[in-house]
Design a protein around this ligand. Sequence first.
Ligand code: MN
Ligand code: MN
Length: 297
Amino acid sequence: MSEALSKYLEAGRIAVKLKEEAKKIAKINVLLVDICERLEFLAFELGAKPAFPVNIGVNEITAHFTSPANDVRKIPENSIVKFDIGVHIEGYIADTAMTLSFNQDYQDLIISAQDALQNGINAMKPGVKVSHVGAIIEKAITRFGYRPIRNLMGHRIERFNLHTGKSIPNISGIEGGTIEEGEIYAVEPFSTLQDAAGMVRDSNETVIFRYHKDRRLKSQDAMALLEYIKKEHRFLPFASRWLRSKFSYPSFDNIFEQLIKSRCIIPYRVLVEASGLPVSQAEHTVIVEKDGCRIIT
Ligand code: MN
Ligand code: MN
């Protein structure tokens, strides 16, 4: 087995352990920040690193949310909650997500995304068009009477690169090339209610960032912070919460703001379902092999 493959498989096993831990600790009224920190710590304990902050999406919160420092939000009653978890070993990334329901009414919504994920993966092999996979995912979700989120997609993964190259759409009619042997994909259908807009929009909140480019900055502290981010996270997403716990000087907020303004780092807006309705998500990372896909998560 190649070294890269064994590291992908190990990252996958660790990501699965984090999902199992999430199932154990996620309960109504538990603080979201406690879940994020517990799972990220567990990644380190198991010999990996977070490939991005643990994302927790309550109800219509669909992507790019992790608790900021001192967050007081908890898992609400009657909610549906997505956990999107990524770990890497030396840059070999496993990206996976699951949805838990604290409301019986959402059980089928969860199953629809899981079913779409399984059907989509089953169809993936070398030579298959990504548009074909998108059509299968959409069909699986609509069969349950739900609606896919049309402006979020699965993505290719490469070493230290979470989103690269080709995408796996969650609806039909989006062309985007052909799947090839040896590629790594994260496949991630999102399912929402029939009456929903079926798309996400930006919210005003930003809690996740990534390094974008170098620029000469006047402040020595800003340069040092940017160097730290580059070295520690490369182009992978990180949480402002992670930096706040390391850089506790009073001017931190101001310096962080300078990095954003100069576009040395770029923010990911928290994405919410445009009509405010609940969303479920299922995601696996797969390796494309000769006759099909190997799921590593
Ligand atoms: Mn993910
Ligand atoms: Mn993903």
